[in-house]
Write a protein that binds this ligand. Sequence first.
Ligand code: PHE
Length: 339
Amino acid sequence: MKDFSEIKEQVKAKIAEVKNGAQLSEFWQSYLGKTGVISGLMKEMKSVPPEEKPLFGKAVNEVREWAQGLYSEKQAEIKRIELEQRYERESVDVTMPALKRKPGNLHPLTLVKQQMIEVFAGMGFEIAEYPEIEDDDHNFTRLNVLKDHPSRDMQDTFWLTEDLLLRTHTSPGQIRTMDREKPPIKVLIPGKVFRSDSDATHSPMFMQMEGLVVDKGITLCDLQGMLDQFVRQIFGDGAKTRLRPSYFPFTEPSVEVDVSCFECGGKGCSLCKGTGWIEVLGGGVVNKKVLENCGIDPEVYSGLAFGIGIERITMLKYGITNMGMFFANDMDFLEQFKA
Ligand code: PHE
């Protein structure tokens, strides 16, 4: 009768060396698996005389069961050790001080946009928002921007199709409002606008705040009065406005509005390039053609409109010289606007 003691010694020594799951499955393969040593013993059955075959078979099975027993014990032990290690790894020291989370703050553009809305809401304006994707009709034609006007140039406008585009200004909101409501109208339209333009003071996406007032007897004086109020509340009591003649197809007369330089108080400095004034917005009296395009009788009603660049106001208010800062996600920059 063959003695399996040699194999058993080997198995004992091997199992003692097993320290983890990977080594354990290696052990299984070398001894208990299909090609393992113990399975190999069964192949020797051929050379065993017939009368000894049952005994031989029984002995091999005993070795197998014995080895399987060792295997299961080891398996349980490794499981226990690995669990302990996991508990160790994942343990939490509840006496450690908690990590402090820094409180966040609003983005400067959001802050200024909200301030601007508050100022105009105080004058009785309602807020309206309109789509960023517009059609030619609302963005240009009905605003009296005719087919050959330079602002339709491919370089400025992001066209999506023959007819659709990313709005280049919030002025199409004037048309959408007048299509929806009849005077008296007093509406503020904040929103993103898009132009193919990018440098220190231009970004392909920026924000505007459109204002539209339509009623009987509205004049340029009303515009100046509102804007005076606006700049005083945003830039401080000393701030003044100055209107300069300008041109927009949708207003007549059109003005460019400057605010007195709050850095130097009007004496002239680098911020205002020595002029004492800084340009902040465009506006004017709503062109009669635009009122007519919206079914409003220009003999009865008149209107004023303005468009303010929110980035520009924010840059001036905080002395920011590079527009890219707004979009850089630079924490050192953004944290300065904590209330
Ligand atoms: N839409 C003009 C622009 O983007 C600004 C503007 C608005 C001018 C309303 C007049 C009236 O430059």
